[in-house]
Design a protein around this ligand. Structure first.
Ligand code: HEM
Length: 443
């Protein structure tokens, strides 16, 4: 089955084949591995899922297609990935993996059985004990932090305070390239635009831009522990210094609001402040960038999407939602809070359960004609921002950035494509496209 070769090539992948149960089961057979797994995991569920988790590049128009068969009804509901990397790429004891919409939905919404405690706790790699807030906090405590931060990310606040700035940045950046007829959409645009918005929201000094991205790259994308630890020390030193500055001289931005904020009538502790500022730094920096790069790659490789949006701008909101559904750049994991039985198997307290969003977002049991990009799709409840209490706090902001970008782009740039011969390989995950040279005709 070509779809699971180390580098999947478009020609190898036959979508129709994979709708057949026997093909899906053959594909499953091909990824079974003889690696150690806990005793309560049946051997026939032990598989290597690296190819579906963003770790293997491909050059497909739909880079998530290789994971498509994993949601087939014939595929067992619980798989086990023994080589699941943990934070900083460190080895783990492996993870259960759910691939069907219904099961992913349960993991995100059933807080009695699935915990997010300690998620994104990179700081533990350098001995820090504060928590990543709000992501690493379970209900009921989670809601007090979420309620505190929510007003800064509400649609009304975004319209009032952020959208004018978002539009100004987008227009300035597009005007600077329109007459050139080309841009590296990933490196010079997608990487820059949302980070400028984010830095403005938080009040971070613009001169830190490149340094922040370098630190983030080291934390999320290197396998070398010392490099990760050095970057973590640098980030946390910087953030603590910045927090101290805002304590002494408040301003109108979000870090200052956190530093001087109150929860349940009391000031925030040092750990709460750094926990929030750190996690916003990690979560807000390059998620939109990855989405933009993949969105433009898809439009360039499938120009009918450009044509449709250009002809009918009322499709933009639906198109953004469909780009998000078809480009789930992150998967998420939870830990079982107790022993229980699920789909006939024993789950043990502490077991990790990973949700494969690239499979759930295309589950035919939930989405009609799931691999078709349809900007008129109704009820598009995908998992790109997950679901349940931890649904991405920045989702409204991200959507607004993507919408404004498309509105202004189609007003200024004609049909575009990818420069001939350019590498269109993509890692279907975060920071997935490093370079995307786009070209268009200049009048
Ligand atoms: C397209 C862009 C984005 C994507 C795909 C994305 C994705 C996600 C995902 C998957 C989660 C949940 C992780 C989990 O439950 O394990 C999450 C949570 C979160 N995201 Fe985003 N994110 C995006 C943009 C942003 C932005 C721009 C910000 C902030 C400026 C942000 C802030 C957060 C926060 C604070 C949480 C934690 C929410 C909570 O635990 O209650 N995100 N995001």
């Amino acid at each position: 089955m070509g779809a699971i070769a180390p580098l999947a090539r478009s020609n190898d992948f036959k979508d129709d084949d994979l709708t057949e149960a026997h093909s899906a089961l053959a594909a499953l057979d091909a990824i079974r591995v003889d690696k150690p797994a806990p005793d309560h995991v049946p051997r026939d569920r032990v598989v290597d899922l690296a190819f579906a988790m963003g770790g293997v590049p491909n050059d497909l128009v739909d880079p998530y297609a290789p994971a498509g068969w994993l949601n087939h009804p014939a595929i067992p509901r619980l798989l086990f990935n023994p080589s699941q990397p943990g934070l900083g790429g460190l080895p783990t004891d492996g993870s259960w993996v759910v691939t069907h919409y219904e099961d992913i939905d349960r993991v995100y919404s059933d807080n009695d059985f699935f915990s997010n405690r300690g998620a994104a706790q990179f700081q533990a790699l350098i001995g820090e004990t504060f928590e990543s807030i709000p992501l690493g906090i379970d209900p009921p405590d989670h809601s007090k932090y979420r309620m505190f931060l929510m007003p800064y990310f509400s649609p009304a606040r975004i319209s009032r305070d952020l959208e004018p700035r978002i539009r100004a940045i987008v227009v300035e950046m597009i005007d600077a390239i329109a007459d050139k007829g080309e841009v590296d959409m990933a490196w010079d645009f997608g990487r820059v635009f949302p980070v400028r918005v984010f830095m403005g929201l938080m009040g971070f000094p613009p001169k830190m831009f490149e340094t922040f991205l370098a630190w983030e790259w080291d934390i999320l994308h290197t396998a070398d522990l010392e490099t990760i630890q050095a970057a973590l020390r640098n980030v946390l030193d910087f953030l603590r210094g910045f927090i101290a500055e805002k304590k002494a001289s408040p301003d109108e931005h979000l870090v200052s609001a956190i530093v001087h904020g109150r929860i349940e009538g009391r000031a925030l502790t040092e750990d709460e402040i750094i926990g929030m500022v750190w996690f916003l730094w990690l979560g807000g920096l390059d998620t939109v960038a990855a989405t933009i790069s993949q969105m433009f790659r898809r439009m360039a490789l499938q120009p009918d999407i450009q044509h449709r949006i250009r002809k009918d701008r009322t499709l933009i909101n639906g198109a953004v939602e469909e780009f998000l559904r078809t480009q789930p750049i992150l998967g998420s994991a939870r830990r079982a809070t107790q022993d229980f039985e699920w789909h006939g198997l024993a789950i043990r307290q502490g077991d990790m359960v990973t949700c494969l969003n690239p499979s759930g977002n295309f589950d035919p049991a939930r989405f009609a004609d799931p691999r078709t990009f349809d900007p008129t799709r109704k009820g598009n409840r995908h998992f790109t921002f997950v679901g349940g209490v931890h649904t991405c706090l920045g989702a409204h902001l991200a959507r607004r950035e993507l919408r404004v970008l498309l509105e202004e782009w189609f007003d200024r740039i004609p049909e575009f494509g990818i420069r001939a011969g350019a590498d269109i390989t993509v890692y279907p995950g975060l920071m997935s496209v490093r370079n995307l040279p786009l070209q268009w005709q200049v009048a």
